[in-house]
Design a protein around this ligand. Sequence first.
Ligand SMILES: Cc1cc2nc3c(=O)[nH]c(=O)nc-3n(C[C@H](O)[C@H](O)[C@H](O)COP(=O)(O)OP(=O)(O)OC[C@H]3O[C@@H](n4cnc5c(N)ncnc54)[C@H](O)[C@@H]3O)c2cc1C
Length: 604
Amino acid sequence: MGDFQTHEHDVLVIGAGGAGLRAAIEAAGDCSVGLVCKSLLGKAHTVMAEGGVAAAMANVDERDGWETHFADTMRGGQYLNNPMMAELHAKEAPARVHELEEWGALFDRTRDGRILQRNFGGHAYPRLAHVGDRTGLEMIRTLQDHGIHQGLEVYMECTVIELLKDGDRVVGAFGYDRERGRFRLFKAKSIVLATGGVGRAFKVTSNSWEYTGDGHSLAYHAGADLLDMEFIQFHPTGMVWPPSVRGILVTEGVRGEGGILTNSEGKRFMFDDIPELYKDSTADTPEEGWRYVTGDKEARRPPELLTRDHVARCILKEVSEGRGSPHGGAFLDIAWIKEKFANSEEHIKKKLPSMYHQFKQLANLDITKEPMEVGPTTHYVMGGVRVDAETQMSTVSGLFAAGEVAAGLHGANRLGGNSLSDLLVFGKRAGEYAAKFAQENGGGKIDDAEVDALAKAALEPLERDGDGENPYEIQRELQEMMQDKVGIIREDGLMKEAIDDIAKLAERATQATAHGNREYNPGWHTALDLKCLLTVSEASARAALERRESRGAQTRNDFPDKDPDDWGQHNLLLRKGADGAMEVDKVPVVPQTEQQKKIIEDNQ
Ligand SMILES: Cc1cc2nc3c(=O)[nH]c(=O)nc-3n(C[C@H](O)[C@H](O)[C@H](O)COP(=O)(O)OP(=O)(O)OC[C@H]3O[C@@H](n4cnc5c(N)ncnc54)[C@H](O)[C@@H]3O)c2cc1C
């Protein structure tokens, strides 16, 4: 075998966002843990999270409890969620948040000194623990601080490109360090994938350069099942102007603090379309909506706080019917609260400091005085690696997944704030069970010839003649194509075209060429990312084509209604067939227990 830097650990965690750090902390008790991340430690996606972490601590409204959080999560996910994951998540989130506090996280406070919680879409009560609109930063800082004291070995700026197996079980991973371009071989008894999302498969996204679906693709090619890949969340409020910042997130916290959506005619259009499922829990008048966001427990939530899928569709409808904002979105107005508060400017700056600076610096707009222009942006993937609810082990032995890369908790649509709590709850579980697996199983055998072949294949883009394909061009075409053909509104013909396009782009990707040498070479890195982007794009397109209904994040022109009897009872599973082609399988949803059914009924 080639002379690769080799590292050996009981547990290898791939990804150092919230899920990876929490898993690594948990596993570190009795095991040696390696933590690999593509960028610098602390720069994961989690750091960008703004609005907060959902946990039914009932600090602001004593009526809240795990049952309501569970029921809200199931309803938000349109009942395609794994109910056991939703139950564990709702039950364990408060303890995970308190634990963060014990490790040093400083949350905003209620007057009597408890963790403050704010309103968010789809949550019945104020439930999001937060630190202004910089919650992710506080969370990652705390986990990182705590984590490095547990003796984790961190490999920064290292990209894993393949999982290694011995028979049916994972035994290691192969990657390269981005700075010097040297290969690294990791041997491990168990592996936790915590690689985040897939947003970079689309042109307009809130996701950063790292989110190329690596974990999804690594798991799939190692033989694991993927689930629910049709459900890509388009967050309703991304920046739309200027073009250079299109897609950057505008937190739901703006609407949680009273922000309203209006069209070019100045109309607050969200009152026009309230889904049946939410009729009873939505305010009838703007006045009632305002009372809700300012804490009146008798009031119902304003329609701006309906679920993300619905709000995104309503904005698109305004645009397509000619009532959009000048740059193809809608207006999001928080400045209007000056009618209610004498000190509204200070209030907005205190509650939404990042949003204030983001618009001031990137769009030269003062959100305390003027409305923002917003439109949908690719934000989150509900689909991912199929895992066991309790242990987070995938269908491949020794391979675990947690956080955005895993599927099951969110069903057809994720509620805001439920990702940060997902990372903590299931990150901890993944770490615990990965450590257990490592303790109960010896190390497997690495196939040296396989590793040599992987290294050779990875170097091919650098060794082709200069006239091969430009990886950036393939990436750009893929992103535009996915945006146009597998975006927010979908239909049969376009998705079939998308699948053909992906096959052609995959063919071209085999000829991707990178100039220069191995030392920090982004062209080479992009050439290697293409496999992941193409894999997750194909998975999303195939699943979206198969699901012939509109539900949650999936909206189809040709099947505009829900199909409760058939599709409402099924998830879609994707796996690599024996011939290497992607197979799509319809599988029954995980059934709810009698107790879960009752909780859902009681919380309608
Ligand atoms: C702007 C923004 C605001 C958000 N606000 C909220 C919010 O308020 N509340 C909420 O609940 N959710 C929010 N979300 C969603 C939430 O932040 C993410 O879903 C969550 O942080 C994902 O965490 P993770 O641990 O799964 O992965 P990430 O934090 O995405 O971390 C992934 C890690 O994997 C590493 N990695 C990826 N591929 C590889 C590879 N091949 N090899 C090695 N390492 C790899 C990366 O370097 C990184 O360290 C927001 C998202 C965005 C973009």
